[in-house]
Design a protein around this ligand. Structure first.
Ligand code: COA
Length: 445
């Protein structure tokens, strides 16, 4: 059967850089260690005045289509995943298509466009939709453009403010893909949860601590579902494990729990038994609290072992390299984790072709999805073309006053008039409002 999966990836980061330790922490009267060590974040990427979810999505997509030598006729589907939409009816994909039509010959009139919503997991859901569309044979040789784009901003002084970020990831989904092939094995963990939501409001209502618990609970459920559906989660099966990364500290918490789950009843648990004992089993305890205490103690000891450190260093740490510099990109977050992991592996000369990734996506509200992907022979050439590190390095650093002003610029309820801090070049920009309240865009040479 022909493989279907990700044929190309492009990433576009918001152009401004808020340094969390140097600029944000002192203004909040916080120890910088809370950000760099606790949350594992160094800086946030934020959009300049002329940037938004449409410009970032269109800019990433333009680069992707050009690099792959494609025209609008080659695209049969455009899905945008976002939780920052400014329009409740007209999907962001139509705005993006309108932008791209300004610079490409032809149009996207025969592409099916939509918008996917389920907090941060919707980027992966859009990927699944594209995969299913191609697998069903309804694509007629055409490819899907899947874009995850967000301005992940919180209310000022919300604890989530520390984890903000903005950027877009554009992915081309096709047969015979160059980056990864998706497999049919999937697991879901989904429940009606109230941890993070935006009931008719721009900035989220967040119960941060609860959202972390829900993330872990739904991931565990998804992992068990993945296993029931034939997925083998032995830790040696996977070269990289990109997680949804609201901040790297969250992934650190999830990784050790995941490792504990995956080594149960394997030779790894046996080998570690002499050092830290075997995992507590519920049937050996009369009291649930005692069992949970024993599990906690075992997990802490497991996190200190060399076996865990080696596994984490190889499969998880590389996936955090972009996130720690840009913050949370909501729908794009797990997709920058995949890209970061592959980019680090390329730099280290790791041979990944034919090897598997385990992709762990999550969205508040809440749903986790676990699926496997197989790295394809073209991955090195594709990943070598990413320029995200250059984008990160060339961002414009902002001071706290500028941060406050730019937050207001992107706050739909605040009135501000601010000059851009950077000069756009060769990109789409937001340039004002149309007669029906629509946002308008032009391409700047
Ligand atoms: N040095 C080292 N670590 C430090 C530190 C210091 N000086 N100061 C604090 N820390 C650690 C804390 O111990 C904590 O780590 P722990 O969770 O392992 O104990 C971490 O830094 C964060 O500090 P905390 O005080 O818990 O932060 P907070 O209460 O301001 O908020 C979130 C943290 C994640 C709840 C908040 O950022 C949030 O609401 N984010 C949005 C929701 C989200 O992303 N949820 C995740 C699931 S999607």
């Amino acid at each position: 059967m022909t493989e279907v999966g990700i044929d190309g990836i492009e990433i576009w980061a918001g152009k401004l850089e808020l340094d969390l330790a140097e600029t944000f922490a002192p203004a909040q009267d916080d120890d910088p260690g809370k950000y760099t060590k606790g949350l594992g974040l160094y800086s946030s990427s934020l959009p300049d005045v002329y940037e938004d979810i449409v410009t970032m999505a269109a800019n990433a997509s333009k680069r992707l289509l050009e690099r792959k030598g494609l025209t609008p006729d080659d695209i049969g589907r455009i899905d945008v995943a976002t939780e920052s939409s400014f329009d409740k009816s007209k999907p962001i994909s139509t705005y993006v298509a309108g932008c791209l039509e300004q610079t490409f010959e032809g149009d996207f009139h025969h592409a099916n466009k939509g918008e996917r919503k389920f907090a941060c997991v919707s980027g992966t859901q859009a990927l699944d939709d594209a995969y299913n569309w191609i697998r069903a044979g309804r694509n007629r040789g055409r490819k899907a453009l899947v874009i995850a784009t967000d301005t992940a901003l919180y209310e000022r002084d919300d604890p989530g403010e520390a984890t903000q970020g903005a950027g877009a990831v554009a992915m081309l989904i096709d047969e015979d893909p160059d980056v990864t092939a998706l497999s049919d094995a999937q697991g879901f963990g989904s429940a009606d949860e109230t941890d993070f939501l935006k009931p008719n409001q721009q900035f989220p209502s967040v119960d941060g601590k609860r959202s972390m618990q829900v993330y872990l609970a739904r991931m565990r459920e998804a992992m068990m579902d993945f296993e029931r559906n034939g997925g083998d989660t032995h830790p040696d099966n996977f070269e990289l494990i990109p997680f949804h990364t609201p901040f790297p500290g969250m992934v650190r918490k999830a990784a050790v729990l995941g490792y504990r789950h995956c080594i149960r009843d394997t030779e790894i648990e046996d080998e570690l038994a002499e050092e830290i004992g075997r995992q507590p089993r519920p049937e050996a305890f009369d009291d649930e609290e005692e069992y949970l205490d024993a599990v906690k103690e075992y997990t802490e000891a497991l996190g200190e072992t060399d076996a865990y450190a080696d596994w984490y260093e190889r499969t998880v740490q590389p996936t955090l390299a972009i996130s720690e510099q840009v913050g949370n990109w909501y729908t794009g977050s797990v997709h920058i984790a995949r890209a970061a992991g592959l980019a680090e592996a390329l730099e280290e000369g790791r041979e990944l072709s034919g090897r598997d990734l385990l992709v762990a996506s999550y969205g508040s509200g809440a749903q986790a999805e676990i699926h496997a992907e197989t790295v394809q022979p073209g991955w090195e050439d594709e990943i070598a073309q990413l320029n995200i590190q250059e984008q990160i390095e060339s961002r414009e650093p902002i001071d706290f006053e500028q941060y406050e002003a730019i937050h207001d610029v992107h706050n739909h309820d605040a009135e501000t008039d601010m000059e851009p801090l950077t000069t756009p070049e060769g990109e789409f920009v937001f340039d004002g409002w149309g007669r029906m309240g629509e946002r308008k865009y032009t391409y700047v040479e």
